[in-house]
Every structure is written in structure tokens, then in C-alpha cells.
Design a protein around this ligand. Structure first.
Ligand code: F6P
Length: 511
């Protein structure tokens, strides 16, 4: 286990140093805190870190066998120890990495079949000669957030003749909104569920099927359903046409699944060229993560920063400000990726994690909108929360005054958080801003499939590196099970396992 206590002396040394003074050092500190890879840059100079602390983290990673663990991940070894599975999100971007080449071939074939299906749907014969004009993705968690974030970010690059809607929630209004104005003849539902047991997804799929059946009859409805799952037999038993059920491997984690057949809706609406570019970008980040020395490795640096702030400086949350409208779903996407992966309290061996260990709370929103909502709290609350600003370098060259102003706001916020301001005579301490608040700036060269793919891979590998530092399993999610089980008890009429208050609530809510 990586012993983070080795970092405590660095935290004691740095936690009360003026951040502005640290930043003013420049020189080799500047070089040690700036990173560049795959069309993405990370500027971490406004973090309360220096070369000595970074070096101590690198030593810790080496002692924790980081390189061997990274290689095991890429090769498809069992890294998800509690579920005894590999975690093949990087390997499915590049199946050559897999030790088991037969499995690599399966991964390649899986991609070919979803692509072929997308091409067929574009040429229209499957829907009785009707072109698909609306795709509705039904899925939740990783079967929703990955496709949703990527579509929101990249829809401008996609097909113009087909729109994509998402249904994840049990509120009937969610499906109602997704099919509003849709022509049943030209609507295709993609049911995405790794387990094919998820209540929300199966209930919504049944409701969607009933809607289509009421217009087109059962055969017409059946023709308008496709699925992606790691449990194809369950999808077929559910009533879906086997020729439109696309399988992916158990080793693809739900929150990492957008790279597999679970990204089916993106194949349909973004098309193969954009999907290839997305994969190219992610692969470029994979290669950087695999080969860059620790001191220049961006995902490693990002992990160090987040562990430093959380475990050593006691800041248990991180705000993500996406200063690009089309990246507005990034905080939601990262919430699942990071909080489901790192929201744990025991190590691989089942030992309790130390105080403040495990992942951060991730929250945020779209800049500059959030400056007019919760940024007040970031500047003047009694809590210190580090901020990640995410922007587009292309905007810095823009002739549009709004794009320039957006970047100016982003940089100004990072400066204001760090500089703070003394209270003046008139309003005294009410105007005082403490400053000393850390932030990083992540810039994509431009908004493109490549850079967005690299941004996702950056965060996936960052999470992996954090998990090595905390010595926890980032690939399971046992914490979500109990709530699901209790909801099923309620729906099946079994209230015996509930306390008196819960039973009273159930009576009030007509159960
Ligand atoms: O409830 C959490 C979770 O298990 C996530 O890990 C997963 O992405 C989501 O549910 C959906 O699961 P599935 O793809 O199996 O429907």
C-alpha cells in the first residue's frame, strides 16, 4: 500500500505558505507543473505543490509498483479483484494491447458489428423502408452519462438528419419528453444496460415498447429496438431481436463503457469517422499515460493534485468549471466516473482507508454561468475547495468578443481565488476575500472528437492512478446494491425489513 504519511511533512511545509508567493517562484517549479499531451494541456502552477512534494509522490508510486499495475490494466489482467475481472476500457480502444489475442479479436468484431448496424440503419431497410430520424437511448449511469456527455460535446460534428434523445429516469416525464413530436415509424430505441437487470432501464424499455406497439403493432415495435449489453441472453429473453442485440465483455465497466457497444447511439448519430477520431484522441492519451515519465505524465499529475488536496490538505471536494458550453455535462460525467470509482473506505485488502482518503466529491457546472450562482461560496465561504477550470485554447484566438471574454473570465476567476482581497474601510470584513485558493487550468486545443476523447481518457487514467495511491479497487461499486434491493422489496410488498418511520412513509405514499 502506498503510504501517504510520507507526504505529511510536505503538507506541513506547504499548507500555510502563501500560494501567491509559491507561484511567484517560477523557474523549474513552473516547468514541473505544466503538462501537454494529445491536444490537452494542464497548468497546475496555482496548486499548493512544489517539486519536492511531487518527487515524494513519484517515489510513492514507484514503491506501489505503479508501472506494473498500469501494464496489467492495459493487458487485460484481473485488476478488479472483488469482481475478478479485467478492466478493458483502454484495451478496447486498442485490442492489440490485450494478452489474450482471441479476446482482442472478439473486441474488434464487436466494433465491426455495431458499425455495420449503424451503416444499415443509415441506409434504412431495417425499419421497413423508413429512415431513422430519432434515436432514443434508454440507459442509466454509465449507460447514459458517457453517451450523453459525448453527444452534447460533439453533436455539431454528427449527422444532421437524425436527432438523439436520452431517457434514464423513472419519472414517466423523461420518456414522454424524449418521444414528444417523434414519428413512431422513424424512431429507434437503443436499450443500453451492461447487466440488463437495471430497473429504470427495463421499465422505460417496456414503456417505450408499449408506445410503439400502440402505433405500429408488436412487429413494428420489435423492429425499432436495438440493445447493447454484457448479458445478451437476458436481452433476448426480454424479447429483443437477437440480430440487434450487441454484446460487450463483462470486463468493460459501466462507467467506462462508452467505448464499447454501449456507445451504440453515438455510432448511429455521430457516424464512423467521428467515432474513429474520438478513439484516436483517447488512444493518444493512452499512449502518453503508458509511456511518459512520471514527472511529465498528465494523468499521473492530475491524480497527484487531487490526492494531495483531498488526503493531505483535507479538501474533500473539487469543483469543475467547464468554460465551454458544449462541455457542460462534464461535471455530471465525472461525478460517476470518479465518485463511483473512488467512493470507497477500504483498501484492496479490506483494511480501512486513512482519514480523508478515497475520492473527492466532484461538483460543478458551466462557466461563466456558475460565477453568478455558487462562485460566491468558492471565494468567501469558510471551506477551501480546489477548482478545475476547463477551457478551449481556440477561443483565445477568436475574433468573437464573447469567446475572448469567456476566457478572460476563466483566468480572472483563477487569479481572484488565489489573490483574494483585503477588506476596505467601508464594508470592512464583508469585502474581505481570503485568497490562497488553488486551481488548475485544463485547456483543449479546440473542441474536437480527438481532444474530447483525450479528456475522457485523461480522467479515466487519473482515477486509476489515484486508486493506486489509495490502494483501493476503482472498478467495483458495491455501495449501490442495498438501495436497489430495498426498492425491490418495497415494490414486491415486503415491508418487514423496514424501520417504523420508513413503514409510516410507505403507508403515506400508498404502498
Ligand atoms: O447503479 C450503478 C450502476 O450499477 C452503474 O455502475 C452502472 O453504470 C449503472 O448502474 C447502469 O447499469 P447497467 O448498465 O447494468 O444498466
Amino acid at each position: 500500500m502506498a503510504d501517504l504519511s510520507a507526504l505529511k511533512s510536505h503538507a506541513a511545509r506547504l499548507e500555510n505558505v502563501s500560494l501567491s508567493e509559491l507561484v511567484a517562484q517560477g523557474g523549474s517549479r513552473d516547468a514541473a507543473l505544466q503538462f501537454e499531451a494529445a491536444g490537452v494541456s494542464l497548468d497546475a502552477r496555482k496548486q499548493r505543490l512544489d517539486e519536492a512534494a511531487l518527487g515524494a509522490f513519484h517515489a510513492l508510486l514507484e514503491a506501489a509498483d505503479f508501472e506494473a499495475k498500469r501494464e496489467a490494466l492495459y493487458k487485460g489482467a484481473i485488476v478488479n479483484t472483488t469482481e475478478k475481472r479485467p478492466a478493458i476500457h483502454a484495451a478496447i480502444r486498442n485490442p492489440d494491447l490485450l494478452t489474450d489475442q482471441e479476446f482482442g479479436e472478439e473486441v474488434r468484431m464487436a466494433r465491426i458489428s455495431t458499425r455495420a448496424f449503424a451503416a444499415t440503419m443509415k441506409q434504412m431497410p431495417i425499419l421497413d423502408g423508413h429512415p431513422v430520424k430519432r434515436v432514443v437511448n434508454i440507459g442509466i449511469g454509465g449507460s447514459d452519462l458517457g453517451p450523453r456527455f459525448l453527444y452534447d460535446a460533439l453533436h455539431k460534428f454528427g449527422r444532421k438528419d437524425v436527432e438523439l434523445k436520452f431517457v434514464s429516469n423513472l419519472d414517466p416525464a423523461d420518456l414522454e419528453d424524449a418521444i414528444e413530436g417523434a414519428d413512431p415509424l422513424t424512431t429507434l430505441f437503443c436499450v443500453i444496460s451492461k447487466s440488463f437487470t437495471t430497473q429504470e432501464t427495463l421499465m422505460n424499455a417496456r414503456a417505450a415498447h408499449a408506445w410503439l406497439t400502440s402505433h405500429l403493432g408488436k412487429a413494428g415495435a420489435d423492429a425499432r429496438f436495438a440493445a447493447a449489453t454484457a448479458a445478451p441472453q437476458k436481452a433476448i429473453a426480454f424479447g429483443l431481436d437477437p440480430s440487434k442485440v450487441f454484446a460487450f465483455a463483462e470486463g468493460v465497466g459501466g462507467r467506462y463503457s462508452v467505448w464499447s457497444a454501449a456507445g451504440l447511439c453515438l455510432d448511429l448519430v455521430l457516424g464512423p469517422d467521428i467515432m474513429d477520431r474520438l478513439l484516436d484522441g483517447a488512444r493518444a492519451m493512452d499512449e502518453h499515460f503508458a509511456s511518459a515519465p512520471l514527472a511529465q505524465n498528465m494523468p499521473v499529475a492530475k491524480a497527484i493534485i487531487d490526492v494531495w488536496n483531498r488526503a493531505l490538505l483535507g479538501q474533500n471536494s473539487r469543483c469543475v468549471g467547464a468554460y465551454a458550453s458544449r462541455l457542460q455535462m462534464l461535471p455530471n460525467y465525472l461525478q460517476q466516473l470518479e465518485m463511483e470509482s473512488l467512493g470507497k473506505s477500504v483498501t484492496h485488502a479490506g483494511q480501512p482507508l486513512g482519514e480523508h482518503q478515497g475520492g473527492q466529491i466532484v461538483w460543478g457546472g458551466r462557466g461563466s454561468d456558475v460565477q453568478h450562482s455558487f462562485f460566491q461560496w468558492l471565494h468567501q465561504s469558510t471551506d477551501r475547495v480546489p477548482v478545475d477550470f476547463i477551457g478551449l485554447r481556440s477561443m483565445t484566438f477568436s475574433d468573437d468578443e464573447r469567446a475572448k471574454a469567456l476566457i478572460a473570465n476563466m483566468v480572472a476567476q483563477s487569479a481572484a481565488l488565489m489573490q483574494g482581497r483585503e477588506g476596505d474601510d467601508e464594508q470592512g470584513q464583508h469585502r474581505h476575500m481570503p485568497g490562497g485558493r488553488a486551481s488548475s487550468i485544463v485547456m483543449l486545443d479546440e473542441l474536437s472528437p480527438e481532444t474530447v476523447g483525450a479528456l475522457v481518457a485523461l480522467h479515466e487514467h487519473k482515477v486509476f492512478t489515484e486508486a493506486v495511491l489509495y490502494d483501493l479497487n476503482p472498478f467495483d461499486q458495491w455501495g449501490v446494491e442495498l438501495g436497489k434491493e430495498l426498492a425491490n422489496s418495497i415494490l414486491s410488498g415486503d415491508q418487514s425489513r423496514f424501520d417504523p418511520v420508513t413503514q409510516d412513509l410507505l403507508r403515506q405514499f400508498n404502498f
